[in-house]
Design a binder for this molecule. Structure first.
Ligand code: SAM
Length: 267
């Protein structure tokens, strides 16, 4: 199946091919986070720089932090409360799901969804070993979230939706699974200028969280078109890409990390 790289874009991307490349990259992130061949930084030092609290990180399994490939901090925007039900889209090796679990407590529930087997298996193993009974990791695509409608208090996501060609569909799914009055709190990569086809058609840059990044106004419009009211957007200047090619694209097109919060109306 092919879809436009951005709404109205002439460039088409092959979704199955892209998913295969993304899965390959994030399998390596789960298995070999320390081998230094990634376009992006991972791990505890970056998490602390982005704003994660050391007290939370101290209670999260260390291997989940080593494979943390998020792009920003948003838990202050999420304002999770004990007992809440949270869905983490693209949960990776589980770091954010574990941070959420600390905040919702044992009366709450956190469900992570990820399409990459190695990420899910690592996260599940770590949850079992550390006794996070309120966390579960499910297989699935976030364009078709395998959960009932209207049950989540908060959807969280970190560095993932840029990897999805059909962002409108993902946000429609977010709106579907949230209860009325529920909220979305997330971080992601966007751009100031639309990306040219030599970047959007480069599968490696796509899997590195650059090639699929949407122009920031189009991104916000996609959130709002799903029926979610954007309540806060801020930039995360502490996030930076590592490789020369990624840094070049960042400079030229204003590729940057943002944290965003949105709310579903109560009706
Ligand atoms: C950049 S990593 C971020 C992982 C995690 N949020 C973190 O902060 O470490 C992106 C994750 O999203 C997953 N992913 C990407 N596209 C997806 C999709 N369409 N459906 C489900 N998972 C997806 C990948 O498998 C990968 O684990």
């Amino acid at each position: 199946m092919t879809v436009p790289a951005e709404p109205d874009a002439a460039v088409q991307v092959d979704v199955d091919d892209l998913r295969g490349k993304v899965q390959q990259m994030y399998e390596a992130v789960a298995r070999h986070p320390l081998d230094g061949r990634f376009h992006f930084e991972m791990g505890r030092a970056m998490a602390e720089r982005l704003g994660y609290r050391t007290a939370d990180l101290d209670r999260v399994p260390a291997p989940a932090i080593e494979s943390f490939a998020g792009v920003g901090y948003y838990f202050d925007l999420a304002a999770l409360a004990p007992g809440e039900r949270v869905v983490d889209l693209g949960s990776g090796s589980g770091m954010d799901a574990f941070v959420a679990a600390l905040q919702v407590g044992t009366a709450g529930r956190v469900v992570g969804i990820d399409m990459t087997v190695a990420q899910r298996e690592k996260a599940r193993r770590l949850a079992d070993a550390a006794g996070f009974a309120q966390v579960e990791f499910l297989p699935g695509f976030i364009e078709e979230i395998p959960l009932e409608s209207g049950q989540a208090d908060c959807v969280i996501s970190n560095g993932v939706i840029n990897l999805c060609p059909d962002k409108a569909r993902v946000f429609a799914e977010v709106a579907r699974v949230l209860r009325p009055g529920g909220r979305l709190a997330m971080a992601d990569i966007v751009t100031e200028l639309p990306l040219p086809s030599e970047v959007t058609c480069n599968a490696t840059l796509w899997a590195a969280c650059i090639g699929g990044a949407a122009q920031q106004d189009a991104y916000r419009s996609a959130v709002e078109a799903a029926g979610l009211r954007v309540v806060s957007v801020r930039e995360n200047p502490a996030y930076a890409f590592l490789s020369k090619s990624a840094q070049g694209a960042s400079r030229e097109f204003g590729v940057k990390s943002i944290s965003l919060a949105a709310a579903k109306e109560r009706i």
